[in-house]
Design a binder for this molecule. Structure first.
Ligand SMILES: CN1CC(C(=O)N[C@@H](CCCCCC(O)(O)c2ccon2)c2nc(-c3ccccc3F)c[nH]2)C1
Ligand SMILES: [Zn+2]
Length: 375
């Protein structure tokens, strides 16, 4: 057994107090629950725990347009009515939208983006093998506008940081929604290979990510999309994941890997439509870790917050090669884990519309495309 991986973990206690609004499904409080569960299992004593720096506007502008960053910095619930409506529309922000303007919104962006940037820097300086930022993974944010609960794309910023030290970076996304912001940012380059597994069809947000979206110009064949139907289960997902990712790592030979672990692909997620168990979801993390390639792990979606906390705690344990007892230890949020107080979650009940022939045809198309690249 290889010596255990050295792990850096980034967390800022303020991130859990942020509130998107009364009817909004995104609840950063899930991050606070995750952190307390990690503490309850004593996992913090096995890794280096850091409070990340707050990303500076100039760091955000490495990807985002300066006018968009400045707008995010200036607007707040008190002054938003002083801004022209078309500015709010232009940046896809505001009332009753996916991307509301809430108290301390910019500080929230600074914290989660700072965590992913710091994680990338620690990996670049070889001060750890794996770096974790569960607050990060906001994969929909675009250069000039917010999208799908995402304002600043921390993943693009972290990948840009890693590209300073690695010729090739692999991005993998297991959120139930297509990782469109990261794919778009690197669609025309072969320096980043993006691989997203997500629900596609029925107009499911963001409605991009068909298997035929493969990148363009220098980036042709360096974007991979695995479009799935409702109800996929552990065995189908894990078989597809291992087949595709092992071939990608073999042919692309990345110097670093970024893994977005959106937990809305779990069974019974409020916005999701898959049937993955936590073990099935975590199996992806275990598989990627085994390549022993510098690894940056982030969160993402996840709307049944007690299951998000369970999932990311189990995955922290896996990254630490530490088995966790199924019985959840006492902690400040123990009541959220009633009545079973178990790390396991009930199975999904959505009919699996992914037939064997559908899965096989997606796999064949992707493996065909991979024959065009060799490093
Ligand atoms: C203009 N129309 C586009 C439409 C739309 O269906 N948006 C998605 C957005 C889903 C975002 C998912 C984010 C994510 O899980 O991928 C994530 C979050 C952080 O990192 N990744 C969505 N919004 C909601 C929603 C929004 C406000 C209130 C209730 C809702 F259900 C559910 N699903 C609205
Ligand atoms: Zn999602």
């Amino acid at each position: 057994m290889r010596s255990k991986d050295k792990i850096s973990y980034f967390y800022d206690g303020d991130v859990g107090n942020v509130y998107f609004g009364p009817h909004h499904p995104m609840k950063p409080h899930r991050l606070c629950m995750t952190h307390h569960l990690i503490l309850a299992y004593g996992l913090h004593s096995k890794m280096e725990v850091y409070r990340p720096h707050k990303a500076y506007p100039v760091e955000m502008a490495q990807f985002h347009s300066p006018d968009y960053v400045e707008f995010l910095q200036r607007i707040n619930p008190e002054n938003m009515n002083l801004f022209p409506k078309e500015d709010l529309r232009r940046y896809n922000l505001g009332e009753d939208s996916d991307c509301p303007i809430f108290e301390d919104m910019f500080e929230f962006c600074q914290i989660y983006a700072g965590g992913t940037i710091d994680a990338a820097r620690r990996l670049n300086n070889k001060l750890c093998d794996i770096a974790i930022n569960w607050a990060g993974g906001l994969h929909h944010a675009k250069k000039c506008d917010a999208s799908g609960f995402c304002y600043i794309n921390d993943l693009v910023l972290g990948i840009l940081e890693l590209l300073k030290h690695h010729p090739r970076v692999l991005y993998i996304d297991i959120d139930v929604h297509h990782g469109d912001g990261v794919e778009e940012a690197f669609y025309f380059t072969d320096r980043v290979m993006t691989v997203s597994f997500h629900k596609f069809g029925d107009g499911f947000f963001p409605a991009t990510g068909d298997v035929k979206e493969i990148g363009e110009r220098e980036g042709k064949f360096y974007a991979i999309n695995v479009p799935l139907k409702d109800g996929i289960d552990d065995s189908s997902f894990n078989r597809l994941f291992r087949t595709i990712i092992s071939k990608v790592v073999e042919v692309y030979q990345p110097g670093a890997i970024v893994l977005q672990c959106g937990a809305d692909s779990l069974a019974r997620d409020r916005l999701g439509c898959f049937n993955l168990s936590i073990d099935g979801h975590a199996e992806c993390v275990k598989f990627v870790k085994k390549f022993n390639i510098p690894l940056l792990v982030t969160g993402g979606g996840g709307y049944t917050k007690e299951n998000v906390a369970r999932c990311w705690t189990v995955e922290t344990g896996i990254l630490l090669d530490t088995e966790l007892p199924n019985e959840i230890p006492d902690n400040d949020y123990i009541k959220y884990f009633a009545p079973d107080f178990s790390l396991k979650i009930p199975g999904g009940y959505i009919e699996n519309l992914n037939t064997k022939s559908y899965i096989s045809s997606i796999k064949v198309q992707i493996l065909e495309n991979l024959r065009y690249i060799q490093h």
